[in-house]
Design a protein around this ligand. Sequence first.
Ligand SMILES: NC(=O)c1ccc[n+]([C@@H]2O[C@H](COP(=O)([O-])OP(=O)(O)OC[C@H]3O[C@@H](n4cnc5c(N)ncnc54)[C@H](OP(=O)(O)O)[C@@H]3O)[C@@H](O)[C@H]2O)c1
Length: 242
Amino acid sequence: MTGAKVALITGAAKRLGRGIAEHLHRSGWQLALGFSQSKTAADTLARNLNETRPKSVRLFQADLAQHSEVAQLVADVTAEYDQLDLIVNNAAVFPSTPLGSTSPEQWDEIFSVNLKAPFMICQGLAPIMAPYSSIINICDVFGAQPLAGHSAYSASKAGLIMLTKSLALELAPQIRVNAIAPGALLEPSGYEEANLLTDLINRAPLHRLGGTECLDTIVTFLIQNRYMTGQVIPVDGGLLTT
Ligand SMILES: NC(=O)c1ccc[n+]([C@@H]2O[C@H](COP(=O)([O-])OP(=O)(O)OC[C@H]3O[C@@H](n4cnc5c(N)ncnc54)[C@H](OP(=O)(O)O)[C@@H]3O)[C@@H](O)[C@H]2O)c1
């Protein structure tokens, strides 16, 4: 579709990233979809979406823990598109990192994927962002509240919240930067602690998982509202109020 807006979504092959991709695609967007390990899922998603609308989706494989691959992703996206209208920094890792058994390598991976890569992607792609374009960083309520056993993850998401606010200043007035802070929307993918999910559902006043689709209206709102930047919207079943 000529003239369609273009979005880059990282971690788009599965789960929340895929849900955001499918939502934007239904709304007419062209998509640059990032993935790392999930090649089969990414290929299937791209094929299905391209069948619905030919040449509407391109895939970009990059391990965001490796700076050289982040730089290559930026170069590849820049080579492919004249301009971008949206970046969704969604890819993340969520391993438990208990005090006493967390290695420097684990810490570095978490911060590289969850915080450094979003910064480098924003920095690298800002020059091709269109006027009135925007960036959405997918954070976490546990970037604002501590989660025992996950200090590296929580600290990385706290950093992403501050990055959202800092970049909102630096990229204004051309580009708006906002964040979504989900609570328990899906079961964690690398599910290590059997009780964590039950505990989160019990603690959230709405007492259920949110699912992927609860992000659709928030994403659309953040894209469309042109007087909003530097904000973090919780979508957490009320968890942050407890
Ligand atoms: N699910 C929830 O309920 C929930 C709650 C709060 C916050 N969040 C946040 O919402 C976002 C999406 O959540 P999710 O549960 O859908 O995430 P997820 O399934 O745990 O991970 C999303 C994607 O991140 C990508 N990723 C991980 N390491 C990567 C690397 N080194 N390089 C490139 N990509 C990498 C993976 O891509 P590949 O599979 O292609 O490797 C993965 O599919 C995350 O930022 C998460 O922190 C989710």
